[in-house]
Design a protein around this ligand. Structure first.
Ligand code: NAD
Ligand code: G6P
Ligand code: MN
Length: 441
């Protein structure tokens, strides 16, 4: 049986424990030979690495498991590299959210000014990291979900134009499909979606029943109108995520054609959202007080006790399982359908070819084959052309060290939308990102 070598970049991430457990749960269908965690932060990586040693000692002793800060040791011989780095860490995420909100505009991890701020940091760190990976693992598949995925995907498209083994992906479209299955009372894998957009800015046009071919979207629309919308794993979510999913009902009341991605709320209701977010306690603060604390507390307990016990069975991780299925689709040339971020090239007929769009693709050993969605209506096209222009301009700013291009990107964003505000915000973010952004002149 073929076995695989996998490296996780950002081994100290709050998502790593979910991966470690999922690699054990899925070890028959995606068997690993070697698993390496790589991180630049020893203090974050070490507790998670020790947790891994205990977990695999109990349940996967044949696995060659290593955690390291050495690139050569991490990347040599790898078949797959999963990338989940957070450039600048959660502390910088907090600044990306607090600074715009302090000026009355949305502060969010990937949307608007916060997303562009994070985007410039990620361009620097992701490009550097992928050059390093390619030194030691020229043929490895690089599966990237480091955010902001839209901006990162555009930057990687330009820096590595001939590299066909870099794949960009987000879990939010699949999460929305899972939510629909909760509403309908079916298995989410029995739903066959049609989707178009950009990362964190898209819509489902159809949701077919894979067995009968019936389009369930009209039924889903009626159910959302009556009952609202919840994440599949609502019982494990913080209030802010429940609020975000709840906004799907509002969006569909105003724009009933399609089922939106949850992130569309920021683009469609920027004033409402900005006035309902707390500038002193944003999602970054909630994550640091919640998920991050839980993960490192769990590590400390397991290291102290020297065993996992029942903790292994607590909560399965949809995000990690999705990423492992993506690797399987490639490894076994299964041509499974996944919603991926790819170069448009006609998939959305009336959008520019070189936009990085998010659509359903068949995925196999030769990479993604996007499925055509045809022409999209003017309203959606207008929104997407505006946003893709921001994403392209901020990547121009990175490659050209251009203050002007960054100012244009900020001004064009629906979440800023004013040149004076854009300049003030950009100047504040330049200050906050000293040493982490390219120099903008
Ligand atoms: P986190 O801060 O807990 O973890 C990130 C880890 O990356 C940290 O341990 C940090 O030290 C490490 N890191 C930072 N820069 C690095 C570099 N240059 N090389 C190697 N390691 C580096 O963050 P998190 O909340 O766990 O999220 C991790 C990442 O995954 C973020 O980018 C997040 O946005 C992304 N994510 C994306 C999706 C998606 O759907 N696209 C889903 C989940 C998470
Ligand atoms: C979803 C998105 C990711 C994002 C994450 C943020 O899964 O698709 O791109 O990173 O949510 O979650 P958090 O809990 O950190 O706010
Ligand atoms: Mn995402």
């Amino acid at each position: 049986m073929k076995t695989f070598n996998v490296c996780i970049v950002g081994g100290g991430s709050t998502y790593t424990l979910g991966f470690l457990k999922s690699f054990v749960r899925l070890k028959e269908e995606f068997p690993l030979k070697r698993l390496v965690l790589f991180d630049i932060d020893k203090e974050r990586q070490e507790p998670i690495g020790k947790y891994g040693e205990i977990l695999f000692g109990e349940r996967f002793p044949e696995l060659d498991f290593v955690y390291t800060q050495d690139a050569k040791e991490a990347y040599e011989g790898m078949d797959f590299v999963f990338m989940q780095m957070r450039a600048g860490g959660l502390q910088m995420r907090a600044k990306d959210e607090h600074i715009p909100l302090g000026m009355g505009m949305i502060g969010q991890e990937t949307c608007g000014a916060g997303g562009m701020s994070y985007g410039l940091r990620s361009c620097v760190d992701m490009i550097k990291s992928i050059h390093e990976i390619r030194t030691y693992a020229p043929d490895a598949w690089i599966l990237n979900y480091s955010n902001p995925a839209a901006i990162v995907a555009e930057a990687l498209r330009r820096e590595f134009p001939d590299d066909k083994r870099i794949l960009n992906i987000c879990d939010q479209p699949e999460n929305v499909v899972r939510s629909c299955s909760r509403l309908l009372g079916c298995n989410w894998e029995d739903l066959d979606p049609v989707y178009f957009g950009l990362n964190h800015f898209g819509w489902f046009t159809h949701m077919y029943d894979v067995h009968t071919g019936e389009d369930l979207l009209p039924k889903i629309r009626e159910m959302i109108k009556e009952r609202g919308f919840l994440p599949q794993d609502a019982e494990q979510r913080d209030q802010s995520w429940l609020d975000t999913y709840g906004m799907v009902q509002t969006i569909m009341a105003d724009f009933p054609d399609y089922l939106p991605n949850t992130y569309d709320q920021y683009y469609l209701y920027p004033e409402y959202k900005a006035s309902h977010l707390n500038p002193d306690f944003t999602r970054a603060d909630e994550v640091m007080a919640g998920r991050e604390k839980r993960v490192f507390t769990e590590c400390a307990e397991v290291i102290k006790e020297g065993k996992l016990g029942d903790r292994f069975h607590a909560i399965s991780d949809a995000h990690a399982e999705m990423m492992i299925k993506v690797a399987e689709a490639i490894a076994y040339n299964r041509n499974d359908r996944h919603i991926l971020i790819v170069e448009n090239n006609g998939a959305i007929a009336n959008m520019q070819d070189d936009a990085m769009v998010e659509v359903v693709c068949e995925l196999g050993i030769n990479g993604p084959r996007p499925m055509r969605v045809g022409r999209i209506p003017q309203f959606y096209l207008g929104l997407l052309v505006n946003q893709v222009s921001c994403e392209k301009l901020i990547v121009d700013a990175y490659f050209e060290n251009s203050y002007q291009k960054a100012l244009e990107a900020f001004t064009l964003s629906r979440l800023v939308n004013d040149a004076k505000k854009a300049r003030k915000l950009l100047d504040a973010l330049i200050e906050a990102n000293k040493g982490m952004w390219p120099e903008l002149r």
